[in-house]
Ligand binder design. Structure first.
Ligand code: FE
Length: 234
């Protein structure tokens, strides 16, 4: 019975990683479309809308069957319950990538407002975070988790920068407002994708240790140390 459980959990992990790779691909293509102002990549992203929903459903179904028939315990139980959550994070990342693609489509039908510098940098960092979080889940090893929190903090700061910069355009001339707003929304979507990557790291830390962790600013804390407000780094 034990080996059936191990095998089922390995399968579940593989399904999740496949969903993660798809989310990563959609994000990557959406950002390339934005950088290259290329319509064909956008259509590719938008055409894969249902794939991720189907994957998410299958993962949750598989996890439920494991829970109901194999009664996993300790770390196995945490992987199975954690997979419900992580699958939803990947689904959110895909949804946000689709949103970026839709907004990019609107954006590239108008002349370019400004050369993009900060937004592609935010996306580059978010992509590294996403890959790191997937690696941590795949290896069940959260070494380097803090670097993900640090990058999240960097992205939050970049978003502020982008917001201020775009505000200047919006105030300068009302004809810039629409494009500036689209760019701002895209930057917000990237920031939200980065947040999902930190959540994957938090959940993976929980799976491995059984303790609840949260990225707060640029560090990873246990819930206890956050509650006691010691700010003690764990
Ligand atoms: Fe954030």
């Amino acid at each position: 019975m034990e080996w059936i459980l191990k095998e089922s959990i390995e399968e579940l992990k593989k399904m999740l990683l496949k969903e993660g790779w798809l989310a990563e691909t959609l994000f990557n293509h959406a950002i390339n479309a934005l950088k290259e102002r290329e319509e064909s990549s956008i259509k590719q992203v938008l055409g894969r809308k249902n794939e991720i929903n189907v994957m998410d459903m299958k993962i949750k179904e598989k996890a439920l069957i494991i829970l109901a028939t194999m009664m996993p315990m300790s770390v196995d139980l945490r992987i199975v319950t954690g997979s419900f959550v992580i699958s939803s994070y990947f689904e959110n990342i895909s949804e946000k990538s689709l949103e970026i693609a839709r907004k990019t489509l609107e954006l590239i039908r108008q002349p370019q407002l400004k050369p993009l510098v900060t937004i592609p940098e935010m996306a580059r960092l978010a992509l590294i975070m996403l890959r790191e979080s997937m690696r941590m889940f795949a290896d069940q090893n959260v070494n380097g988790a803090e670097t993900v929190c640090e990058k999240d903090n960097e992205i939050d700061n970049y978003l502020e920068e982008v917001r201020n910069e775009l505000m200047v355009y919006m105030m300068e001339d009302s004809k810039y407002v629409k494009r500036a707003l689209l760019l701002l929304e895209i930057a917000q979507n990237i920031e939200e994708i980065a947040d999902q990557a930190t959540k994957i790291v938090e959940t993976t830390s929980y799976i491995i240790t059984g303790k609840q962790y949260r990225c707060f600013e640029d560090k990873l804390y246990t819930i206890n140390s956050l509650e006691n407000n010691k700010g003690e780094n764990t």
